[in-house]
Design a protein around this ligand. Structure first.
Ligand code: NAG
Ligand code: NAG
Ligand code: NAG
Length: 240
């Protein structure tokens, strides 16, 4: 009896391992070397990065871009800490990224987008791809250049086919979902008028509500973030 249970367990483990290893898609990282022209650096001054998996068949001219999420840093200390991690420096990022969910190339898991060109934009600016400032007090330097990173990545992707996209979807989750809101108009303006452009924000809206201690914690948090990273000039006036 015990032996049968043990055998069954081993079979189950082997089966799930097979499913996992078969459906795993690891995609290489591309460093955006042209970002040094517009100063679009990660917090620590390293080059920003993305991962691109090419579309095929009927999806060959469609593009899905996904902003990576991962919270924010809203003061010098938290950004200095972040600059020493994969969320603030491409030096610490894994060079192969697991493409799953809407980035998967498996039609049974991702029927709508499996054959599109799919891009994951790595998040390393701490400000939802919207900042444009620099901190330098002589001993510490921090780049708050999310807006420039976004622009450099788009410039890099346009000649790779994005500039002739049939359909284009800008997506992201959490801090990346906020980026989708913030860059949606900009994305739309950048692409040809005959490209169908949509944006998807997954959990990217943060309520301006009082917390359990009756404080406007999110408001204070975002105010600090906006002033630290010089974000205001990049916000859409119509949304103010
Ligand atoms: C620069 O800022 C860092 C972080 O706040 C601090 O540790 C350091 O002492 C500052 N250096 C100068 C010269 O003020
Ligand atoms: C958009 O227009 C350009 C120029 O007329 C054309 O080459 C391209 O095929 C069109 N793209 C789509 C998706 O219709
Ligand atoms: C709420 O805000 C007040 C005033 O800014 C502050 O003194 C207090 O520590 C805050 N309480 C909590 C639980 O964060």
């Amino acid at each position: 009896m015990e032996l049968a249970v043990a055998m069954l367990l081993i079979l189950l483990i082997l089966a799930s391992w097979r499913v996992l290893s078969e459906s795993r898609l690891l995609v290489d990282m591309t460093l955006v070397s042209d970002a040094s022209n517009n100063g679009g650096f990660c917090l620590d001054g390293s080059l920003p990065a993305y991962h691109l998996h090419r579309g095929f068949g009927a999806g060959e001219s469609n593009w899905l871009l996904q902003f990576e999420g991962g919270g924010w840093c809203n003061d010098i200390q938290s950004c200095l800490d972040r600059a020493k991690t994969k969320r603030g420096s491409s030096l610490y990022m894994n060079k192969l990224e697991d493409f799953n969910g809407i980035l998967s190339n498996d039609a049974s898991l991702n029927p709508d987008f499996y054959n599109w060109n799919r891009v994951k934009l790595r998040y390393c600016d701490g400000g939802s791809f919207s900042g444009d400032a620099k901190f330098d007090n002589g001993t510490s330097v921090l780049y708050f250049r999310g807006q420039k990173i976004w622009e450099a990545i788009i410039l890099d992707l346009l000649p790779k086919g994005l500039g002739k996209a049939d359909k284009a979807l800008l997506s992201g989750c959490s801090a990346g979902g906020l980026s989708s809101f913030l860059q949606c108009e900009n994305f739309h303006r950048t692409l040809p008028t005959n490209t169908t452009v949509k944006c998807l924000s997954d959990a990217g809206f943060f309520l301006d509500e009082r917390d359990i201690a009756l404080n406007y914690t999110m408001r204070t948090f975002f105010e600090n973030l906006v002033s630290l990273q010089g974000i205001e000039k990049n916000l859409d006036r119509k949304l103010h």
